[in-house]
Every structure is written in structure tokens, then in C-alpha cells.
Design a protein around this ligand. Structure first.
Ligand code: NAD
Ligand code: MG
Length: 361
């Protein structure tokens, strides 16, 4: 199996390479892309000796060449944000399976991606702990109609127990302290606002072809149950494990087969109680905004995603406060006229509208 790792120097990228090193001796990493961390990229190039490497100076066309390299069987898209969409589409069109960490691709263009994947006979497999859990729970389920609901679990993030007055004053440093997972900065902020769960709701809708009415969000602070599926006979399947992204990565790369490894095991006695809560959209308005975007559909999720990405960047630089993120998205929703998505051009237009909107701030 020949692999391309896009975003090799990031959190998912480096863990993907760790999985290849430790669990997949026959896999070859033939393409790597980096962004800012050039010393790390250099050392990865020395270790894996890929045929093609991309850095931003090379231009976007070469990034597409990386996603479509003729020798590659599977593309791991571990890019962050809207930059991930074109490589996802290009890889699918070139007949590559895609192991997709870049959930923003599905949020902005889920319908296009799933349609293209079925036309080109390729698999789009999630590298997201919840969606990998759902996929594992669905193993052996041959009829989507047997699913009564998908239960998407959420840790609740670092501010789960904070009152609104305290969250209002939260800094980027507070938000970057995630209780269970160590991840890149953008998704860590998305986890604090619960936008991440909203993005995952949309991601689940497209990946598993289920209506929003059949996807429920449940806060589970211990992050041990990674998500569940309830079937029409009332049976509930859950996937449990340590909060370790290497398992979803391995499961995606191994084509839904089980590969032995020595990752840390779940210790039930040490884990203690597993608890559950309803999500609070009053303290976490981004979740309600994402649900709204999911329901309206069309180009609205693309606008939300682009405005959110910009706002998260501003929050990380202490230029806006925590609730400034949701306020900006709500304002964008108020002034944007939603359009149908018939092709990539509609998404480009929505993102251009969002760009103009945020530049006016
Ligand atoms: P990260 O910031 O650690 O890494 C992002 C990578 O993308 C970097 O390697 C960088 O080289 C590259 N990159 C950034 N901007 C780019 C651009 N404009 N063009 C090209 N390359 C660019 O992020 P991450 O935490 O690894 O997240 C990657 C994706 O995986 C995100 O979509 C995130 O939502 C998803 N995800 C991450 C985790 C996790 O545990 N980190 C879990 C689930 C899903
Ligand atoms: Mg997740």
C-alpha cells in the first residue's frame, strides 16, 4: 500500500506516520506535504524518502499533484481548514481512497464528495474518533434502514462546567487546555466552542447517509465511548477505547480490519464512572449555529466554516473574545443569501462572500 500524507507535520500527520512506522511494515509513504514546520518535514523526508514533497512555495497545483500522484493508493488528508477541500476532490477524481481527517471538506462539500466517491468507486473513510467509532459499530450492518439513531459523543471541552460569565472572559490559552485530547490549535478551539461537534454532525450526515433527525449529540466527559449506534430493535453498539487518534488512523488505513498493536489499553477500573449530559447550546451557541447550517444546507455550511476558521484565528491571536466567534457567525448568517450547491463554483463563491464579510470586520 502506497500512502500520501497531506499535512504530515501536524497532529494527525505525525500520528499517521507513527502508525505506519509501528503497525504497517508493508506500507510505503510516497508523498509528504508540510507547511511551516520545515525542520520536521526535513527529518520526515530523510526517514521516509518520499517521491514527492510539497511546501507552500511550490504552489497549489503541486499540492494537487501530491493528492493525485499515480503510485498512491490512499491519501491521508490531514490538512486543517478549507485548504483541504481541493485535494480531497482531486484525490477522489484520480481514483484514490481518502482517509479523511479534514472534516472541513465534508462540511463544505459533503454532497459533492460522496457523489464523486461513488462515481469513482473509491472509499472515503473517516479519521475522526467519533466517526471511526460509528463505522466500527456499523460493521456487519448491511442496511442503513436498521439504524434508529447515531449517538455522537462529545467531551464538552475545557469549559463544560464553566458558567457563562466565566466563559465570556476565557482566553485562547484557557481554550487550548483540552481535558482529553492533544490536537492542533484550530480543532482545539472548535472543541471549546463545540463548533467541532457541529462540524462532526454534518460530517456524520454525509459519511453515513443519515438524516439529521437521526443524529443525536450526547456529552460524555470521559471520552471513553467514542460514539454509538442504536438500531431499530433497540440494541445499542458502542466503540470504547483510550483517547488515542492512532486507532482511528490505523482502522482507516487498514481498510476496516483489525491490526495488532501495542497502543495503551483501556483500564476499566482506572476509568471509573462513565457519565452523560445534554449539550448546552446557551453557553455554546456555535453548536446551535452549526445545527442551523446543517438544516438549511446549500452553501450555508461553507460560509459558516469559512467565517469560523477566520474567527478562530482571530481568537487565537487574542483579537476577539470567545463569544466573538459565535457572534460573527450569527451576523454572517443574518446577511447571507443561501444558494444551492451544484458544483465547486458555488462553494468558491460562498467562501469568497465569507472572505469579503470578515474583511469588513
Ligand atoms: P494541525 O494544525 O496539527 O496540522 C495541520 C497540518 O496542515 C499541518 O501539517 C500543516 O502542515 C498543514 N497546513 C495548515 N494550513 C495549510 C494550508 N493552508 N495549506 C496546506 N497545508 C496546510 O491540525 P490537526 O489537529 O492535525 O488537524 C488536521 C485535521 O484533522 C483538521 O481538519 C481536524 O479537524 C482533523 N482532526 C484532528 C484531530 C486531532 O486529534 N488532531 C482529531 C480529529 C480530526
Ligand atoms: Mg472528533
Amino acid at each position: 500500500m502506497n500512502i500520501a500524507v497531506l499535512g504530515a507535520t501536524g497532529s494527525i500527520g505525525t500520528q499517521t506516520l507513527d502508525v505506519v512506522r509501528t503497525c504497517l511494515p508493508r506500507a510505503r509513504v510516497k508523498v509528504l506535504t508540510g507547511y511551516r514546520n520545515i525542520p520536521l518535514l526535513d527529518s520526515l523526508v530523510k526517514e521516509f524518502e518520499p517521491e514527492l514533497v510539497w511546501v507552500p512555495d511550490d504552489g497549489e497545483d503541486k499540492l494537487i499533484a501530491c493528492a493525485t500522484h499515480p503510485d498512491i493508493d490512499i491519501v491521508v488528508n490531514a490538512l486543517v481548514g478549507k485548504a483541504g477541500l481541493r485535494p480531497t476532490l482531486a484525490a477522489i477524481k484520480a481514483g484514490k481512497d481518502v482517509a479523511l481527517a479534514n472534516k472541513e471538506s465534508l462540511v463544505t462539500a459533503g454532497e459533492l464528495i460522496m457523489k464523486l466517491a461513488s462515481e469513482h468507486g473509491v472509499r472515503v473513510v473517516p479519521i475522526d474518533s467519533e466517526h471511526s467509532a460509528i463505522l466500527q459499530c456499523l460493521q456487519g450492518c448491511n442496511d442503513g434502514n436498521d439504524v434508529e439513531k447515531i449517538i455522537l459523543t462529545a467531551s464538552g471541552g475545557p469549559f463544560r462546567t464553566w458558567p457563562k460569565e466565566r466563559i465570556e472572559k476565557a482566553t485562547a490559552a484557557d481554550a487550548l487546555r483540552h481535558p482529553n485530547w492533544s490536537m492542533g490549535p484550530k480543532i482545539t478551539i472548535d472543541s471549546a466552542t463545540l463548533m467541532n461537534k457541529g462540524l462532526e454532525l454534518i460530517e456524520a450526515k454525509w459519511l453515513f447517509d443519515q438524516p439529521l433527525s437521526k443524529i443525536e449529540i450526547l456529552v460524555h466527559p470521559q471520552s471513553i465511548i467514542h460514539s454509538m449506534v442504536q438500531f431499530v430493535d433497540g440494541a445499542v453498539m458502542a466503540q470504547l477505547g483510550m483517547p488515542d487518534m492512532r486507532l482511528p488512523i490505523l482502522y482507516a488505513l487498514a481498510g476496516s480490519t483489525r491490526v495488532a498493536n501495542d497502543f495503551p489499553r483501556l483500564d476499566f477500573l482506572a476509568a471509573g464512572d462513565l457519565t452523560f449530559e445534554a449539550p448546552d447550546t446557551n453557553r455554546f451557541p456555535c453548536l446551535a449555529l452549526a445545527k442551523h447550517a446543517a438544516e438549511v444546507g446549500g452553501t450555508l455550511p461553507a460560509v459558516m466554516n469559512a467565517v469560523n476558521e477566520w474567527a478562530v484565528g482571530q481568537f487565537l491571536q487574542d483579537k476577539i473574545d470567545f463569544y466573538g466567534i459565535s457572534a460573527l457567525i450569527a451576523e454572517a448568517f443574518g446577511s447571507y443569501t443561501v444558494r444551492e450547491v451544484t458544483g465547486l463554483a458555488d462553494i468558491r463563491e460562498a467562501e469568497a462572500w465569507a472572505e469579503e464579510f470578515v474583511q469588513k470586520q
